[in-house]
Design a protein around this ligand. Structure first.
Ligand code: C5P
Length: 232
């Protein structure tokens, strides 16, 4: 399995993103394109980044009726992203439809992972608003198992949950984990953070790192440090 550091390119436009990527000469980081950039620039920005030789995690978190998600995934499959995602809350039927849509005529497809519960949703909101009356970690594991049963390749989760997800869904089931900071770094708005090395020990397959790299004085050095600490 390919462990890697994914750089969250949370920039408002293509110009800033490509200027950031221009700073890298020797390596081609795995890049995460999220809603902000995709909705501003559309598929062209994905093609432009891909044409430069980067792998892409297209973080669009789809959630709709199965037929709509199947069609949306069919559109995305033409973009040649390497990793895409959706909300496990859309049900197994939606996840199965997504896989069908994502699979190209030749049988190839990007990896597909599920968001379980957003880290911005706490147990109070889950019980009070969503009427889900179970502990959060139980819900995360149940949703991860649903994703595995639907044939997905993994989940987005906290590094602190990676071990339990692997226990429940198998070592080959991918855990893609944000919330990573250097030991002495600024946490920003992330509450529960781990270092790259600790994320690896806890079993993360991919770490998603944004500001510690994108806002560093020397982003290339920060990226290299992150890769070194994560991959050893
Ligand atoms: O800058 P930072 O390293 O906090 O960026 C983390 C990235 O991972 C952001 O793009 C954020 O939206 C994303 N993310 C997250 N927590 C989640 C899911 C995604 O931080 N639960």
């Amino acid at each position: 399995m390919a462990e890697d550091v994914i750089v969250a390119c949370d920039f408002p436009g293509a110009a800033e993103t490509l200027a950031f990527l221009d700073r890298f000469e020797d390596e081609k980081p795995f890049v995460k394109v999220g809603m902000e950039l995709f909705y501003a620039e559309g598929p062209a920005v994905v093609r432009a980044i891909k044409a430069r030789g980067h792998k892409i995690f297209l973080d669009l978190k789809l959630h709709d009726i199965p037929n709509t998600v199947r069609g949306a995934m069919r559109s995305l499959s033409g973009l040649d992203a390497d990793l895409v995602n959706l909300h496990a809350a859309g049900t197994r039927a939606m996840m199965e439809a997504a896989l069908e849509g994502l699979t190209r005529p030749d049988g190839s497809r990007p990896l597909l992972i599920a968001v379980t519960q957003l880290t911005s949703t706490d147990e109070t909101a889950m019980r009070g608003e969503l009427l889900i009356d179970r502990p959060l970690d139980e819900v995360v594991l149940a949703y991860a198992k649903n994703a595995a049963a639907a044939g997905l390749d993994g989940v987005v989760c906290s590094p602190l949950e990676a071990g339990r997800v692997h226990e429940a869904c198998g070592e080959g089931f991918l855990t893609v984990t944000p919330g990573v900071r250097f030991a002495e770094g600024d946490r920003g708005d992330q509450k529960r953070v781990t270092t790259p090395a600790r994320a690896r020990e806890l079993g993360s397959d991919y770490i998603v790192v944004g500001r510690p790299i994108t806002r560093a004085e020397d982003p290339v050095a920060a990226y290299r440090r992150c890769v070194k600490e994560f991959l050893g």
